[in-house]
Design a protein around this ligand. Structure first.
Ligand code: URA
Length: 447
């Protein structure tokens, strides 16, 4: 395309700035389409021009698809990540009296780990700044879960966040719109163009936000299995390695745990239901898989902040983590003693035969919770605080025909039918007496 033609097109798109652009976006797309590596200048420009509206959505969609199909070299991913960081502001926690340590999960079904983890780690006197998101599709969002607590608010000013980190030690709040705005735009575009599952794009998306956030240390929970973005373990490993390299090169102490997401974590999927289960963990109980992963991540986060050999199980059992939870939730307006919302309709889903549960499909459970009203189909939609799935039978449990496998919660009973369609077939039942291999939650550590 000639420069004149492109400027005319930019004007049509409402994005013309009158500036002569140094690159031709069609050349950039063709380079990647044909398997070439993008130059640093091309990457810097295309991210900046996309953020300014000069590169049109359809052009960025074509480039994202070319990246999905052709991949990127390590140097390209690093440059792309930094260009996205430079599209917005950077936060800085240098003024805090505590060391910062954060975690990020690539997302899964029943993944409420942030809720007990942030206060648990903060109870050791380190600061945990958790900028979190909302759910889209079958995976839940931490902010949606916490909004099930009456009064709790997700939006904090920078000053409120700093004050809470000094006092309570942990903050879970929404990322401001100024942090990596290029990623916000690009993520929304990828979501509707089948280009989410590209390792260079996922790694740069997550790490641009985490590096811009300014944490000193980062522990990544990279999930693999049916309920994860990366279904295949080799892909999840590559994603983990890529993110660890990006963080380390940017001066952030970064490690990753590779963890199992073939089955849901814990026994609940849905906002208020997951808060209730997290409270059980903070009270020293809760499902073993949630406790195991929370403690494994806590040890990594604490070690990265210089706290070694912490007895994190004791901090859950003796109420220290619960005290920090109460301080953290109250500081954001949440009523820690208020009852959690209860769904207007609850239906039981029952086993049609005897057996021992050898598998439980995370995707089926996640989609059912979403259809019951726990998740949204488009950004901005309201979610139901009480909707979701409560699992009565998980891997290793023995059931008889007619036993309850799950309770489905919703305020809108017309959603039940589609939720049942999603969840039936999620349990794999073997002959009673069949040995069930122990489920490993943490598969590997990378970093
Ligand atoms: N989470 C993100 O923030 N970005 C991705 O691309 C995928 C998951």
């Amino acid at each position: 395309m000639t420069e004149n033609a492109e400027n005319a097109e930019n004007a049509e798109n409402g994005g013309s700035t009158g500036v002569v652009e140094p690159y031709d976006v069609v050349d950039v797309i063709r380079t990647k389409r044909d398997g070439g590596a993008l130059e640093d200048g091309q990457i810097d420009w295309v991210i900046d021009a996309y953020t300014r509206g000069v590169v049109a959505e359809e052009q960025m969609a074509a480039l994202a698809m070319a990246i999905y199909l052709r991949g990127m070299e390590r140097g390209e991913i690093a440059r792309w990540t930094h260009a996205m960081i430079d599209s917005g502001e950077r936060m800085n926690f240098d003024a805090l009296s505590k060391r910062t340590t954060d975690k990020h999960s690539t997302g899964g079904v029943g993944d409420k780990i942030t809720l007990p983890l942030a206060p648990l780690v903060a109870s050791y006197g380190v600061a945990v700044p958790q900028l979190s998101g909302r759910g889209l599709g079958h995976t839940g969002g931490t902010l949606d879960k916490l909004e099930a607590i009456p009064g709790w608010r997700a939006d904090l000013t920078g000053a409120e966040m700093m004050a809470q980190l000094e006092d309570a030690g942990a903050v879970i709040c929404a990322a401001g719109s100024g942090l990596a705005p290029a990623d916000k735009k690009l993520y929304a575009l990828r979501d509707v163009t089948g280009t989410v599952e590209a390792i260079p794009l996922i790694a740069s998306s997550i790490m641009s936000k985490k590096i811009a956030e300014g944490t000193a240390a980062l522990t990544l929970d990279v999930k693999t299995g049916a309920g994860a973005f990366m279904k295949d373990e080799a892909d999840a490993r590559e994603l983990a390695r890529t993110m660890v390299e990006l963080g380390t090169d940017a001066g952030v102490h970064t490690v990753a745990l590779l963890t199992d997401m073939s089955a849901p974590l814990g026994r609940t999927a849905g906002n208020g239901l997951e808060v209730r289960e997290s409270l059980e963990v903070l009270a020293g109980g809760g499902p073993a898989d949630i406790v195991e992963l929370t403690c494994a991540l806590a040890r990594e986060m604490l070690a990265a902040a210089g706290v070694h050999d912490a007895d994190v199980e004791a901090a859950l059992a003796d109420g220290r983590a619960m005290d920090t939870w109460r301080a953290m939730i109250s500081a954001q307006g949440g009523d820690v003693d208020a009852p959690l919302p209860v769904a207007k309709h609850v239906e039981e889903f029952r086993a049609s035969q005897d057996g021992v549960v050898t598998g439980l499909d995370a995707m089926g459970v996640g989609v059912a919770a979403w259809r019951l009203g726990a998740g949204r189909s488009r950004p901005g939609e309201a979610v139901q605080a009480a909707a979701g799935v409560e699992l009565a039978a998980h891997i290793g449990d023995v059931v008889k025909a007619g036993d309850v496998l799950a309770r489905l919660h919703t305020d809108t009973p017309e959603r039940m039918g589609r939720a049942v369609e999603a969840i039936e077939g999620s349990w794999t039942l073997a002959e009673p007496g069949t040995a069930v291999p122990e489920r490993r939650i943490v598969l590997d550590r990378i970093g």
